[in-house]
Write a protein that binds this ligand. Structure first.
Ligand code: SF4
Length: 328
């Protein structure tokens, strides 16, 4: 087994996971609809059961939003997830067509044992089957066989809730991969996990005895929850941050440091231009270099024109979520 960051390890890493590890994979939430009700389902109340689409954190309204998100993070791959993506097959096909045109690697998660005709239509590089609550994994064997026959990399992706030997047997018999995810607690599954006796520590559930048993899979990968946070999310942020104009300072965590101006934006634009400052204009503010905080004359001029100036740290995502704000 090869050990990687934050407790993750593998004997085999599918291409989709390699991209994920580099922070190069865009998560396409294709719908919040799903016919299952897995007790560990981590999907938020805002999304579960609703027919909404998100490209990472960006709400999808048109394909331009998807392309903008691909560009923002310089994506190399897309993970199609939900909800249950195959409940919206036509929509999935539109996205796979576009993603293939953009040269993105595509992997898709599903809890449906997809039939031959669906697998043929999908045009994905990789498919990951999730038997809800790990029940009836034998239903997925034909789908795995057929996917592999037509050149789709196939396997299981399951949470570490219990050991299910049939999953290992089917994976090994078909030379399929087995991705095992550490259970993550969220506001929606917290009490259900507690009721079933799972011990939650710091939003994670540790089940090393379960993980150990699944290692019998020939193509095995254990993905820890901390890995998702520390490695893949952070690297995605760094990719996004580096695509911002040079005046932003990028932290080791992939967040951005800048000065934020609110208030009289037209007057602020004029003053910044005259002083040779680069800036970005948004609906609610202007962002510019942290050097503005040191420039007393310009700062005072902005304030006397009715502007408020802040030093901020924010995420480089489309929502520009603020992490720290201080008035200067
Ligand atoms: S199949 Fe997936 S989306 Fe549906 S309830 Fe289970 S975990 Fe949630």
């Amino acid at each position: 087994m090869k050990r990687i960051e934050a407790g993750s390890y593998y004997s085999y890493l599918p291409e989709g996971c390699k991209l994920c590890r580099r922070g190069a994979k865009l998560v396409l939430f294709i719908t919040g609809m799903c016919r299952n009700s897995c007790f560990y389902c981590p999907i938020s109340r805002e999304r579960f059961g609703k027919d909404v689409i998100f490209a990472n954190e960006r709400e999808f309204k048109s394909f331009d939003d998807f392309i903008a998100e691909v560009e923002l993070m310089s994506a190399e791959g897309v993970a199609i997830t939900g909800g249950e993506p195959l409940l919206k097959l036509e929509r999935v096909l539109e996205f796979t067509k576009l993603s293939n045109r953009l040269g993105l690697h595509i992997h898709l998660y599903t809890s449906i044992p997809a039939k031959e005709e669906v697998l043929k239509k999908l045009k994905v590089d990789e498919i990951r089957f999730h038997p809800p609550e790990l029940k009836n994994p034998e239903l997925y064997e034909d789908s795995i066989k057929f996917a592999k026959k037509i050149g789709i990399e196939a396997g299981f992706e399951i949470p570490a809730i219990k050991f299910e030997p049939k999953i290992v047997e089917i994976a090994n018999r078909n030379d399929a991969f087995l991705n095992l995810n550490q259970l993550e607690a969220s506001e929606t599954n917290w009490s259900k996990l507690g009721d079933r006796g799972f011990k939650i520590e710091d939003y994670y559930v540790n089940c090393p005895e379960i993980v150990k048993k699944f290692e019998k899979a020939n193509k095995f990968h254990y993905c820890s929850a901390r890995f998702k946070d520390r490695a893949q999310f952070r690297r995605r942020l760094i990719r996004m941050a580096m695509n911002h104009p040079d005046f932003y300072l990028v932290t080791r965590d992939g967040t951005l440091l800048c000065c934020r101006i609110e208030g009289e934006l037209d007057k602020a634009k004029k003053l910044l231009k005259n002083s040779g400052f680069d800036f970005s204009v948004f609906e609610d503010c202007i962002e510019t270099s942290v050097e503005l905080a040191e420039n007393e004359k310009l700062r005072e001029a902005l304030i006397s024109e009715g502007c408020k100036v802040y030093l901020v740290e924010r995420y480089p995502t489309v929502k520009r979520t603020l992490i720290e704000v201080s008035r200067v």
